[in-house]
Every structure is written in structure tokens, then in C-alpha cells.
Design a binder for this molecule. Structure first.
Ligand code: FES
Length: 182
């Protein structure tokens, strides 16, 4: 009786060993795949944070000044709260937003500063002779070859005052002492 039980146990032990190996093999595969999925997921998450902004850029309307403070055909430099450098020009004869234009004053080619040339009705970049028409469209030099125009900002006139819509991200960094102290 006991020898039957022993042989039955032994038989059981011999039969379960391959099953156990198979089970452990499958378990290790599942663990490995789970680890890979976790690490790829982490990479995707970390990469995604660099490829896409964590939240949409905050924008706001900011006062530029009185419409009448701009001479007709004239242009003024303007720095947004987050530090972007722009040129705001009065190109039309009227006093509405469409008579003004606000463009980045940083060349999209390699980042030099562009200047408004009223006599040529163009923005000119002295670094590589890049040129942009009055609307900011690239018309000469490397920016024209690459199709890189100047970034344009929305404008609005309210009660004789000119406002511009700008991004606010980076405001704390750009605001100097006040931003650093808080
Ligand atoms: S940086 Fe303006 S044309 Fe090259």
C-alpha cells in the first residue's frame, strides 16, 4: 500500500517537474515583458514631456500704448512680458488694428535681429542678407530659401489704445527681481 503511494508520489513528482519548468518559463516571460512595457512606457512618458508642452501656452492681451504715439509709417521695438522681442509698425493711414503689424524682430534663420527699413518697406537681417516684406514674409536670403517668415502677433485697438496678444509662459523668469523673489 505504502509502496503504491510512494510510487504514485514519485510518479506525480516526475510529471509535475516539466510542468513547473514550463510554468516558471512562462512566468519569467510575463515578468520580462511587463518590465519592457514599463520601461518603454516610462521612456515614452519622459520623451513626450520634452516633445510636447506640459500645458498649452498661456496668452493674454497686453497694452502697447496709444495709437497716436505711433508716427504713420513708423515702427517701435516692443518686448513681451515673457521676453520675446518684436517690432510693431504703423503701416496704414487709419487708426484700426489692421493699420498696424506686430512681428518678431528675431530672424528665423539663425536668430539675428532684423531691422525695419522704411525706405525699402522691408525688414532686413544683416547677418546673411535675409529680407522680409512688410507683412513679415521672407523674400530674400536664407529665410526665403527655407520659407521661414517672421512670427506675427494679433493686435487690437480699443478706445484709441493698441493692445497685443502675447504668450505669458516664462513670465516669472523674465520679470526679474519680482519673479525671483516669490
Ligand atoms: S540670421 Fe538672418 S539671414 Fe541668417
Amino acid at each position: 500500500m505504502s509502496s503504491h503511494a510512494d510510487s504514485s508520489d514519485a510518479h506525480h513528482g516526475e510529471a509535475s517537474e516539466p510542468e513547473r519548468r514550463t510554468f516558471l518559463g512562462q512566468l519569467s516571460k510575463v515578468v520580462m515583458l511587463g518590465g519592457l512595457a514599463t520601461s518603454y512606457g516610462t521612456c515614452a512618458y519622459v520623451g513626450g514631456r520634452f516633445l510636447y508642452p506640459a500645458k498649452p501656452a498661456r496668452r493674454a492681451w497686453v497694452l502697447v500704448g496709444e495709437v497716436k504715439s505711433f508716427a504713420q509709417g513708423g515702427a517701435k521695438p516692443f518686448r513681451t512680458p515673457s521676453g520675446s522681442q518684436l517690432t510693431i509698425a504703423r503701416q496704414g493711414a487709419g487708426e484700426s488694428a489692421t493699420d498696424f503689424i506686430a512681428l518678431s524682430s528675431i530672424c528665423p534663420h539663425l536668430g539675428c535681429r532684423v531691422n525695419w527699413e522704411a525706405q525699402n518697406a522691408r525688414f532686413f537681417c544683416p547677418c546673411h542678407n535675409g529680407a522680409f516684406d512688410a507683412s513679415g514674409k521672407a523674400i530674400a536670403g536664407p529665410p526665403a530659401e527655407a520659407g521661414q517668415s517672421l512670427a506675427r502677433y494679433p493686435l487690437e485697438v480699443r478706445d484709441g489704445l493698441l493692445f497685443i496678444e502675447v504668450e505669458l509662459d516664462g513670465l516669472r523668469r523674465a520679470s526679474g527681481r519680482g519673479g525671483e523673489a516669490s
